[in-house]
Design a protein around this ligand. Structure first.
Ligand code: GLN
Length: 203
């Protein structure tokens, strides 16, 4: 599986390393034309306002919406989660507006700007080591969104079909299972595309 990491700003190299450790071929994505060759995409942590601005500038908003509409998986981590959300608390406009959820930026306050913990994530066998850095929280989700993990009763991992989002930085530890989870989604999406193609060519 070939997985891209949106390389406009943020923790790109770390995601590339983790994706490769999980068994993917990983590439950094700087131009929209590169999306066509991918089976999945990571939108990394960093600064969501900056990432959003650069996405608009380089045509990624429409291109990534089309990518999502093809059923290909997208994994937004930290700032990437914010970029995926339909609604951002206190902001008039969101970015991709793909995931039916409302997010709050920098939701942990000053005392707990950064911390690490072990999180139980639905679909992952053992707790995941999670590094939170000025992390967002998911304040509410629509009916089509499945909550995969909570921390102190707040939502920190969620999935809506081919879209996956987490509040923390899975690329900063030696725990590659969130990346493996994305890879699994990419494999499932690829086999669905292949069978759709087979049934198209048989009519
Ligand atoms: N606080 C950042 C934002 O609002 C996200 C932090 C991160 O990605 N580590 O964009």
């Amino acid at each position: 599986m070939k997985i891209g990491v949106l390389a406009l700003q943020g923790a790109v190299a770390e995601h590339i390393r983790s994706l490769e450790a999980a068994g993917a071929t990983a590439v950094s994505i700087k131009r929209t034309e590169q999306l066509a060759e991918l089976d999945g995409l990571v939108i990394p942590g960093g600064e969501s306002t900056t990432i959003g601005k650069l996405m608009r500038k380089y045509g990624f908003i429409e291109a990534i919406r089309e990518f999502a509409a093809e059923g290909k998986p997208i994994f937004g981590t930290c700032a990437g989660l914010i970029v995926l959300a339909k609604r951002i608390e206190g902001q008039d406009e969101a970015h991709l507006q793909l995931m039916d959820m409302t997010v709050a930026r920098n939701a942990f306050g000053r005392q707990r700007e950064s911390f690490e913990t072990d999180l139980v994530v639905k679909g992952v066998d053992e707790p995941v080591r999670a590094v939170f850095i000025r992390a967002p929280l998911i304040k509410s989700v629509g009916a089509g969104v499945e909550v995969l993990s909570t921390y102190r009763d707040e939502i920190v991992v969620a999935r809506q079909g081919n879209l996956l989002a987490c509040s923390f930085h899975p690329e900063l530890t030696e725990d590659f299972r969130m990346h493996a989870y994305l890879l699994q989604m990419a494999e499932e999406a690829a086999s669905l595309r292949a069978s759709a193609e087979r049934s198209n060519s048989s009519v």
